[in-house]
Design a protein around this ligand. Structure first.
Ligand code: 5MM
Length: 335
């Protein structure tokens, strides 16, 4: 088994999943504003350190995706954040893209940037103990979108990123996120997500990326958030599995879904059903940001010194998703 495949499995095997704590400062500021906590570097660290020192980091969270600001901060116990995460039994990862910018040629759409100087940045991250990385491409759905241009250019960037990351002995998380915004049907999401993922793999193969040493982080197949045609959770699971079975090469060890704006329970329930019906060899786990943090953040904002109470809420969500990643979750386990 290759070293990269080993790392990928360590992150998502046995029901473990990923905590996506890689919100850029502007996104984290929106999150903190929404609960009336000032977005200072100190407060961002206090909340994140509270999560990183929770007991579920040992039992449930196989990897944490960090943002550059966090990885350079020192914990309250004077530890490097990468050391703190590793000592808890999880693996530190980092978001290495520099954000989605307006795509010249299709101005409503975005292209993710960050390839310039990436090889050098990766070497620095590797030296401080980072084991995996993340890059997110974003795609809109509408009658004309995602355009061919957006599908091709983001796939190309994701593949160039992945090749550079593997060259540096780290596992790339490949995140093509087809956004939930809009009135589109689940069928539209299915068709467009399939195109996006297929194109990503064509580019990954062209760039000689070792598919055994990546983790795919896709959206689930859902109707748009303004769609009138809702579908059942079983149908979400069925369409998501069908899409991934058709579009993802069998060498890929695992898939870790993003939550993409689903509620915490919805994201857990859908993951559970995906695993109950999983007739593939892929590990199906989670790489959630909002769906792991929302309730914990809300609770913490009322008293940022209540570490224990916040951790209890976070541990519960992590445990629920780890059960769902094994198809063992039930609504009865929710508090
Ligand atoms: C945690 O948010 C990540 C990035 O935020 P920026 O937009 O500030 O860069 C994001 O990439 C995240 O990792 C994924 O979208 C998954 O998060 P959700 O909340 O969709 O599970």
């Amino acid at each position: 088994m290759s070293e990269l495949n080993n790392i990928a499995l360590k992150i998502i095997e046995n029901g473990k999943g990923i905590l996506a704590a890689d919100e850029s400062t502007s996104t984290m500021t929106k999150r903190l504003d929404s609960v009336n906590v000032p977005s200072t570097p100190e407060n961002r660290l206090i909340f994140r350190e509270t999560l990183f020192t929770s007991s579920s980091m040992t039992d449930c969270i196989g990897g944490v995706i960090l943002y550059d600001e966090t990885i350079k901060q020192i914990s309250s116990k004077k530890k490097k954040i990468t050391e703190l995460i590793s000592e808890m039994g999880s693996l530190p990862g980092i978001k290495v893209d520099t954000g989605a910018k307006v795509l010249a040629g299709s101005k409503d759409e975005k292209i993710t940037e960050g390839l310039d100087g990436l090889r050098e940045r990766l070497k620095e991250y590797y030296k401080i103990g980072v084991k995996f990385t993340k890059w997110r491409g974003v795609y809109l759905i509408s009658k004309d979108y995602p355009s061919k241009l957006s599908i091709n250019s983001n796939a190309h960037a994701l593949a160039r990123y992945s090749a550079l990351v593997q060259e540096c002995n780290m596992v790339p998380i490949v995140e093509p996120e087809v956004l939930m915004d809009g009135e589109h049907s689940a069928e539209d999401c299915y068709k467009k997500t399939s195109k996006v993922i297929e194109r990503c793999f064509e580019e990954l193969i062209l760039h000689k990326v070792d598919l055994k040493g990546i983790i795919l982080k896709p959206n689930m197949i859902l109707p748009g958030n303004k769609s009138k045609n809702k579908i059942s959770n079983d149908e979400v699971a069925r369409l998501t599995l069908k899409c991934l079975k058709n579009c993802v090469p069998s060498e890929v060890p695992g898939i870790a879904f993003l939550s993409g704006g689903q509620s915490e329970i919805e994201a857990t329930e859908n993951l559970n059903l995906i695993n109950k019906h999983n007739d593939t060899n892929f590990i199906m786990s989670y790489s959630y940001g909002r769906a792991l943090q929302q309730s914990a953040l809300k609770f913490w904002s009322k008293d940022i010194k209540n570490i224990e109470g916040t951790q209890k809420i976070f541990n519960h969500r992590a445990k629920m998703n780890t059960l769902a990643a094994q198809g063992k979750w039930s609504k009865d386990f929710e508090i």
